[in-house]
Design a protein around this ligand. Structure first.
Ligand SMILES: Cc1cc2nc3c(=O)[nH]c(=O)nc-3n(C[C@H](O)[C@H](O)[C@H](O)COP(=O)(O)O)c2cc1C
Length: 206
């Protein structure tokens, strides 16, 4: 089949397949603080790393706008200049999902999900204690991208990773991170998810 996105239901399928095609997508579980110090925690699967010198990650808030036009994570990351990306292990899937509830900025989603939070080392937003990996980030830049649907918006928030925490239990005896020890959760399309449970290596051509 072939379709050109942009027309309403032009794919002829019951659901838009786009997000099931660019998959799996890692999930950035973003902690921020608002200016009053209230914790905000939300998952973003339009999330990835874009560079490693320095390490830079992004998350992309989009969809129906809230709070003066932007989602809480974006508003806080811009106002305070900081966020933390917690990596979601398979066993945190339900807690992660609970923190995606569309609640107001006064609600601390980490409490909704019953999660213990621990202090970061460099930035003020705290970390999800149970996450095996945390990336402490300083907000670098927010881009607004065109959006084709009225009442919705598309943004990308970039952050420089200034501190990295790795739980010792996921580092093997060769000093390598073994992702199969925590099984990072990834988003597919529809309501589907996947987790990394197997790894193989390939050598690049000389
Ligand atoms: C697995 C998962 C991935 C999500 N990815 C995104 C995303 O990439 N962009 C987005 O705007 N919302 C995404 N959402 C929805 C947000 O988490 C949700 O809108 C949340 O309420 C935003 O919270 P905030 O306003 O506190 O930032 C995702 C939800 C789930 C469960």
């Amino acid at each position: 089949m072939f379709f050109m996105p942009g027309g309403h239901k032009d794919h002829g399928l019951p659901h838009n397949p786009f997000k099931s095609l660019v998959a799996p997508r890692p999930i950035g579980w973003i902690t921020t603080l608002d200016e009053a110090g209230v914790i905000n925690l939300a998952p973003y699967s339009f999330f990835n790393a874009v560079s490693d010198q320095p390490p830079i990650v992004f998350f992309a808030p989009n969809g129906p706008t809230r709070r003066d036009g932007v989602k809480d994570s974006q508003a806080n990351a811009k106002a305070t200049g900081e966020f933390v990306c917690n990596i979601v292990s398979l066993d945190l899937k339900d807690a992660m999902n609970a923190t995606s509830a569309p609640v107001g900025p006064e609600v601390d989603e980490s409490q909704l999900a019953g999660l213990e939070m621990i202090p970061s080392k460099i930035v003020a937003p705290p970390r999800v204690a149970a996450s095996p990996v945390h990336l402490e980030c300083k907000t670098m830049q927010t881009l607004e991208l065109p959006c084709t649907t009225e009442g919705m918006s598309n943004f990308v928030v970039f952050g420089e990773v200034v501190g990295i925490h790795i739980d010792e239990s996921v580092i093997n005896d060769k000093g390598l991170v073994d992702v199969t020890r925590y099984k990072p959760l990834a988003r597919l399309g529809y309501m589907d998810y996947s987790a990394v449970t197997e790894v193989f290596s390939l050598k690049r051509p000389e």
